[in-house]
Every structure is written in C-alpha cells, then in structure tokens.
Design a binder for this molecule. Structure first.
Ligand code: SAM
Length: 915
C-alpha cells in the first residue's frame, strides 16, 4: 500500500539524490555562428564557388595593385605623409594604403574561406562594408541553417539548385536589361566598385526577387503617373460629346460622369460656352442611368433631391447591401444573452449602436440567421436598423391602446408589443390577406399575446374603431430608400406609382389620425414613416395632414438623422417640417427612411372650406388605392402612351396637361366670340331703346335682341356641353383625367364642371323636345358612368353652390325631417308619394332631389330604356323589379327612404370603385 520511504539504520530518511529540477544541466550549446571562429565549417557547394570567385578576383586585384604601386612608388611616401597631416583620412574615403591592407585582409580571408568558414569582417574593412556585412551575415546564417536542415543534401540537389539559380539570374538579366538605369542608385545594396552582376550573384534568391519586385513597382508607378497625367490632360480638354458620339464601355461612362461633374462644379471656368448647364445635366443623367441602371424618371428625381456630390454617394451606397441587423425580442430574452448564444454559434456580431438597446449588427455568421434555434424560439427578429426608428419615435407605453395601421409582416408591431411588455392592447392591421398571415406567424413565434390582428382597408378603420392612444402608420411606398434590397425599384417606378402611393398615404394618414384620441392621458401621438426618400411621399403627405386635421409636428426623439425639408425645389412646407427625420444609406449606413411624429390636439375634424372636398379627395385617390392595386399588372406601354399624349407632369401644380390646355384655349376662344356677340346684343338693345335700328334689327323686327340673346344662350350651352362631354366621356380622356394631377383636377372640378353641368340641366329644362333628349352622351357604359359621377357632384355644386360640409349635412337633416314628417316609414304608398314628389320637384328645388334624379339617370343609362327627364314612377318600379343586381335594387329602394348624405357618398364611392 503506497510507497515506502527508505530509511537508514539510524532511522533517517535516505535521499535518492538531487531532484529532477536540481539535476545538473548540460553546458549550453550555442549555434555555430556564435561559437569561436576557429572551429572549421563545412562549406556548401555554392559557398565554395563564391569563395573561389572571390579569390580569383582578389588575386587579379592584387596584381593590378602591385602594378600600380610600382608606378606610384615615388609618390607613396608623400601621400602617406599627407594623410598623417590631414587627420589620417576619413572612413568613407579609404586611403590606398588602407585599401591595400584591406585587400590583403580580404584575400587572406578569402583564402581562409576555402579552408574554413568565414571569419566575418575585420575591424579594418568594417566601415565601408557595413551594409554588405548584413547580407553576408544573413547569408551565412541561412547557410548555417540550411546546412543544419539539409546536411544530407545530395549532389543532384545541388545541381538542381545551380540550375534554378541560373534560371533566376537569366530572368533577372532580362529585367535588368529593361530597367538597368532605374535600379542604379536605387539599389541600396549595390557595390561601390560597380560590379553589379557580381553583387547580384552574391544576393539570395529572395533578395533578387525583392529587387525585381521593386523594379516592377517603380515601372508601374511611373506608368500610373503617366496615366494620371493623361487623365488630367483629357479632363482639361473635355469636349462636349456630340449626339452620335457613343461611349463603348462602362469605364468610359464612368469617366465621363466624373468629367461632367467636374465641369458642373466649376461651371463658369470649365464649361463649353456653346452649351448650357442643362445640356451637361442631360448627358449626366443619361450616363448615370446607363451606369447605375435606373430609369430616367427616378434618376431625375434623385438629381432633384441631392446635390451632385451627394448624388453619387447615394447611388453608390444604394448598390451595396446594408449590414444585416437583428432586433432582440425583449419579451423572451435580453440582448446580452442573445449575443452570447449567437457568438457561441459562430456569429460575429456587435451592438448596433448607442441609439438602440435591442439592435445587433451581424458581420458574419456560419449559420443562416433565419434558421438558428434562437430565431425559431423567437429570441430575435431580422429587421433593418431603420425599421426600429419609427417605433422608437412612437414611444409606446405599457397598458395603452395602440394601432399599427399597416403592420404586415409585423416587424414594427412586435417591437411595439415588446416595449409594451405584452400589456394593453395592440391592434395590428393590414389590408393584404397573405401578408397578414406573416403577422400571425411572427406574433406566435415572438410570443406577442396582447394583440388583435385585423385585415381591412386602413382607410376605413376610423369607421369601426377609434380612441387609440397612439397609432403607427408605416405606409406603403415606392421603396426608393431600399434600392439596395430591391433593385427592381430602379426601373419599375414612374410618375403614376408615386402619385398612387401619395394618394393612398394621405388617406391612410388621415385615417390613422382619426383613430387616435386627442384626449388620451398618455399619448395622442401618430407616427408616420416610409422607406422612401422622395418628398412627395413624405413631407407632402405630412403637410397635407397638417392642413386637414388638428395635428402638429413634434420631436421624434431620435437624436440623429437629417432634418426634413422645409423647402424642396420651389415648394414650401410647414416650417415645423424640420422636426421630421430623414435617413440615408450613404450618411447613416441604413435604409433610406422618413419618420415624422404628430400630436393630435383636438378630436374635431376641421370643416373643409371647399365644397365637396371629401369627394374630391376620393376622386384624387381613385387613381390608385391600395398596395394590392399597385401590384396588379400595369400595362406600362399604355400608361407611357397616355402620359406622352397628355404631356402630364407629376404634380401639375405648375402645368396642366397639354391636351386640356389646348381644349381650354379653344373653348375660351369660342366663349370670347360669344361674349363679343353678347356685347353687340346689348348694344342692339340700347340702340333700339334710343331708336337707332341696324339693318339686321330691321330684318328681324323689334324682337331681334331677344332672339339673338336666346340664340347666344343656346350656343353657349352647346359649346360648354360638348366640351364637357368630350372631356369626360371618351375613354382616353377618362384615363387622362385619372393621370391629371390632383390639383389640376381640383381646379377643373371647381371651375369648369359646375358651369357645364348647370348648363346641361338648364338646357334640359329649356328644351324638353324629343330632338334634344338625345343630347346626353351614350358613348359607352364607362363614359356614361363617368358622366354620372361628375354630374352628380356637379349638380350638387351647381344647385347648392359652395356649401360647407356642415351646411350640407344640416340641409340633409332638414330634408330627412321633412321626409319623416310627411311619410312615416313602412307605408308603401307614402314611399311612392315621396318618390313622385322627389321626381316631380326635380327642377325647382335643392340638390338632394337632383341627386335622386341622377341615380335614376343611371338606371336609364344602364338599361337604356327609361328616359332621364320625366321618369314615370311606374316605369321605375317595373325596372326595379327587373334589375338583377342587388346594389341597383338598393339604390331604387333608397328613393323611397330617407337618405343619409354619408350613405349616399359611400354608395357613390363604391360605384366609382366597382367601375
Ligand atoms: C411598409 S409595409 C409595412 C411594414 C410593417 N410596418 C413592418 O414593419 O413589418 C406597408 C404595408 O401596408 C399595407 N397596406 C397597403 N395598403 C393598405 C391599406 N389600404 N390599408 C392597410 N394596409 C395597407 C401593405 O400590405 C404592406 O404590408
């Protein structure tokens, strides 16, 4: 059991000897080079060769010197004396005596070399050989090591060595031929006696190669310099390209972009006087489109948005994917724990920055980030850095009621739930059924349990639910800030897409505002965000909301990002717009984003000053509604054709479409002539009063002015009616009307339509003859529909001019009251009576009656049976029975029931959409 200790007789423990550590070590052995020089060295074949050469050289030199010394024998003592006087010669200029001595030493040394290893250099030759000694030392070291390594090197190897050496020297020579001059003076190892070949032979292969490399580098440097000079020269001589001058490669395009930008930055100095700035900009635009593969439209937008220097940076940054970022789900884990777990899986990551406590940036990962156990367990969400900003701006609180109006796939909504710590209620809505499934999936994975997920058009949300403490609208947009993610944006977006988004965004934002309770004790805030950099989708939308609702802009709470635009081109936005934040890929290394925070200060919806504004909004937005709509295949060609035909500008605040302008001009001309005629009629009247009768008047008799007046009226009506019909009935113009800017349309609706429709009604009143009954256009169903739509609003405007919304509502209430008192609900006879009353009183009273009449006119248009002017009640009834479509029956039924203004509006909106 165990070891027994050894004891001597005295009972003392016997020591075995010194312990392992205390054992005497051997004397240290040093490398041979450090040992005494006398110990002979085995020389390698190469060394021997070199030594032999040196020896031969030294002998030759000796002989030469001997000859010289014989010649100079007489001068030598003098020289020596002189040397003694003048401080015995400097180190750098060795005397002949010194040289001879050294040579002798050297020769001795060389002789020794043959017999034994090199002794190194003596003190005498140390000074002038100093740089070389380093090499020698290295060489000898290497030799020693090589000897140690390959002491059993056979002769065949040596032969190979020699061969390879010869090869390299051959290569060297060829390069030397090229740049012999260059290497002169540059070569720090070159020998003072100038025998270069010998030197190079003395060098190690690696040194030779480094020498070659240095030479090559020098040649390259010189070439690059020459090229630069060429570039500068060509830049100076940049000539404006002619039309047929085409660039052949992308490099050329890039070069030209740089040149043009250089010219544009110092335009006065570098410009070609024959060409304007816009000429240069045009070429630049097309070159940028070619180089970065954008369509001209979008490039134009970016050129308007960024200064030239920044434009290139933005375009370049949009070519590169942003770093992958993830958001820690605080409902399930902490960032530190998540980071540790991912690091253990070989993920290289870092915190995203000081501004976020949940974000992590992933530099590299050995596993797909969407399939790690942590991801599947819901510990994080893969989310762009900029996507965290809107939620941070929203600043959700626990126990609040929060709405995310466009939430799919739920990145921001789940972030909100995380901050709310699963308390309160989160309403996550999206119009897209498929995308809403992703919200459900993500919420399950991330453990969000305080949510209600809805799938409906966000614009209708306030009709169903209101009183939220906060709302987030991360609106559908063109995605111009995420070009790097989706390259298709570069070519797929055009004017119409922006307009479509802009309209939808405005409506959704108003809806989001309407959903929020201004009196919320904790909130009353709305955050609006997009991943677009275009002001049309950002500042414009906010500006619109500021005008339409009781909201104001407040600080986002984000301490970085650039300020929103207060001025953009010739547009001016609300001064507080600088409280909004813009983020760019080239400045913030995140997706392009826009964030604005609004505070609702009153639940009252301001009464709009313009008549029919709400409907006008509807009209404006009818161009494009949901993102789903935008996903529908759009016939680009047709669109393009229409745009070209009508010369539409994006936001025709400035310019109206050409076609309409031309038409307006013609109408104006005609109206002008009619006005002139009006004046002459007035003159005729005056003259007849004064007793001065013209020839025409004589012909027509005393009623001449009245006849002329009537004729004139009719002509005016015809002109207005025909232009009105033409403009709004042909399918082409119907489409054009859609493309026309909202503002242009506003004006048009306000100015031209009322008069046209008014005249239409007047004309029908005046001439009830059968001839003129056909005046109402029956071009196509669509055309009639559009006419109806316009007419309905038109009549409203015409017969109750410029009433405010509240006035309209009150009118309607009065009407409803009247209806209630006159005909209690449920009695069919009273309904019929009411219908009759409404129809019969069409021409004499208010707008609602005209509205009803309009709906009858639709019946006529669709069925092509009933005349719109004097519809007998029986015919309406019969027709109603025949009608198959439910909604049409409803409309008929409405004739007899008290109608709500809102309902009517809705009904009409639906009609408009279905068409
Ligand atoms: C930018 S995405 C929202 C992304 C989301 N906030 C997130 O962080 O995951 C815009 C969303 O708006 C939805 N959308 C488009 N039109 C809508 C409408 N009329 N009502 C509600 N949502 C709509 C789209 O389906 C799309 O999912």
């Amino acid at each position: 059991m165990g070891r027994k200790a050894k004891f001597n007789k005295e009972g003392e423990m016997v020591k075995k000897g010194p312990g392992k550590k205390a054992k005497k070590q051997k004397d240290p052995s040093f490398p041979k080079t450090l040992q005494d020089n006398d110990i002979p060295k085995n020389l390698s074949h190469r060394q021997k060769l070199r030594a032999r050469k040196r020896l031969q050289k030294a002998e030759a030199l000796k002989e030469k010197r001997k000859l010289n010394s014989k010649n100079n024998n007489s001068q030598k003592p003098k020289l020596n004396k002189a040397k003694e006087i003048t401080n015995e010669a400097s180190d750098s200029e060795p005397s002949e005596e010194f040289e001879i001595d050294s040579e002798e030493d050297f020769s001795n040394c060389e002789e020794d070399v043959e017999m034994k290893p090199s002794k190194g250099f003596t003190d005498d030759n140390k000074a002038w050989l100093q740089p070389k000694r380093k090499i020698k030392k290295a060489e000898s070291d290497e030799e020693v090591s090589s000897e140690e390594d390959s002491s059993e090197e056979d002769t065949s190897d040596e032969i190979n060595d020699d061969k390879s050496e010869e090869e390299t020297s051959e290569k060297l020579e060829s390069l030397n031929d090229l740049s012999e001059e260059e290497s002169e003076g540059q070569d720090e190892f070159s020998d003072s006696d100038g025998s270069k070949d010998d030197d190079e032979e003395d060098l190690l292969p690696i040194e030779k190669q480094s020498k070659i490399l240095r030479r090559e580098q020098k040649v390259e440097r010189e070439l690059a310099e020459k090229e630069m000079e060429l570039n500068v020269a060509s830049q100076e001589a940049f000539k404006f390209p002619t039309k047929d001058q085409d660039v052949t490669s992308l490099q050329e395009v890039q070069q030209r972009i740089r040149e043009i930008i250089a010219v544009l930055t110092d335009f006065n100095k570098l410009r070609d006087v024959k060409h304007s700035r816009s000429d240069y900009l045009d070429i630049l635009k097309s070159d940028l489109c070619t180089y970065y593969s954008y369509n001209e439209f979008l490039m134009n937008r970016f050129m308007q948005l960024f200064p030239l220097s920044e434009l290139l940076e933005f375009l370049e940054a949009s070519e590169v994917q942003r770093p992958l970022t993830i958001r820690t789900n605080s409902l399930k884990t902490r960032r530190r724990d998540l980071a540790q777990a991912l690091i253990n899986r070989g993920v290289n990551l870092d915190p995203i920055g000081k501004w976020s406590k949940v974000g992590l940036v992933v530099y590299s990962a050995q596993v797909p980030m969407g399939a790690t156990p942590e991801y599947l367990a819901g510990h994080y969400m893969i989310q762009g850095a900029s996507s965290m900003l809107p939620v941070m701006a929203l600043a959700p609180q626990e126990n609040e009621r929060i709405l995310d109006l466009a939430s799919a796939p739920g990145g921001k909504a789940s972030h909100i739930a995380g901050i709310m710590k699963n308390t309160g209620v989160l309403f996550a809505n999206d119009v897209n059924k498929d995308r809403i499934k992703a919200v459900v999936g993500n919420f399950h994975r991330l453990g969000v349990v305080n949510s209600v997920i809805t799938c409906m058009d966000g614009r209708k949300y306030p009709e169903y639910m209101k009183g939220f403490d906060r709302a987030l609208l991360d609106a559908p947009c063109t995605g111009t800030g995420v070009v790097a993610k989706d390259q298709s944006v570069k070519t797929s977006k055009d004017d119409l897409d922006i307009q479509r988004c802009y309209n939808l965004q405005r409506q959704l934002l108003l809806a989001a505002i309407d959903c929020v309770n201004a009196k919320s004790s904790t909130g009353g805030h709305i955050v609006y965000s997009t991943c677009s950099v275009l002001p049309e989708e950002n500042e414009w939308v906010i500006d619109y909301a500021l005008k339409k609702r009781n909201v104001k802009l407040v600080e986002t709470g984000l301490d970085f990002g650039t300020e929103g635009f207060v001025n953009y081109r010739h547009y001016r936005f609300h001064p507080t717009m600088k409280l909004t934040r813009r983020f760019y890929p080239h400045t913030h290394n995140m997706d392009g984003f826009f964030v604005a925070k609004l505070k609702k200060f009153s639940n009252v919806i301001p009464a709009t000053t313009d008549v029919g504004t709400e409907e006008e909004e509807e009209e404006e937005t009818s161009v494009g509604t949901t993102e789903e709509d935008s996903e529908e295949p759009i016939k680009k060609k047709k669109k393009q054709e229409l745009v070209e035909k009508n010369g539409v500008e994006t936001y025709a605040k400035k310019a109206k479409p050409e076609k309409f302008n031309q038409k307006n001009l013609k109408v104006k001309e005609k109206q002008q002539t009619l006005n002139d005629k009006g004046r002459t009629i007035k003159k005729m009247k005056k003259n007849s009063q004064n007793g001065q009768i013209s020839g025409k008047q004589q012909k027509l008799g005393p009623l001449a002015p009245a006849i002329e007046e009537e004729k004139l009226k009719n002509k005016k009506n015809i002109i207005q009616k025909s232009t009105f019909n033409k403009e709004f009935s042909s399918p082409e113009n119907l489409a054009a009307r859609k493309i026309v800017s909202n503002d242009a349309l506003h004006k048009k609706n306000k100015k031209t339509k009322p008069s046209a429709a008014e005249n239409l009604v007047m004309k029908d009143k005046l001439s009830m003859t059968k001839k003129k009954k056909n005046a109402f256009p029956k071009n196509s169903v669509n055309a009639n529909v559009s006419n109806d739509g316009v007419l309905k609003r038109k009549n409203k405007n015409a017969l109750s001019p410029r009433k405010s919304e509240t006035e309209k509502v009150s009118d309607d209430k009065v009407l409803r009251k009247k209806k209630k008192t006159s005909s209690p609900q449920g009695s069919s006879t009273s309904n019929e009576k009411k219908k009759k009353k409404l129809l019969n009183s069409t021409d004499s009273t208010g707008s609602d009656i005209v509205l009803n009449k309009t709906s009858i006119s639709k019946i006529r248009v669709d069925s092509k049976k009933v005349e719109w002017d004097d519809v007998p009640m029986e015919a309406v009834k019969k027709l109603g029975d025949k009608l198959k479509k439910k909604h049409m029956r409803k409309k008929l039924g409405n004739l007899g029931k008290p109608m709500k203004v809102e309902k009517k509006g809705k009904l009409n909106k639906q009609k408009g959409k279905s068409r």
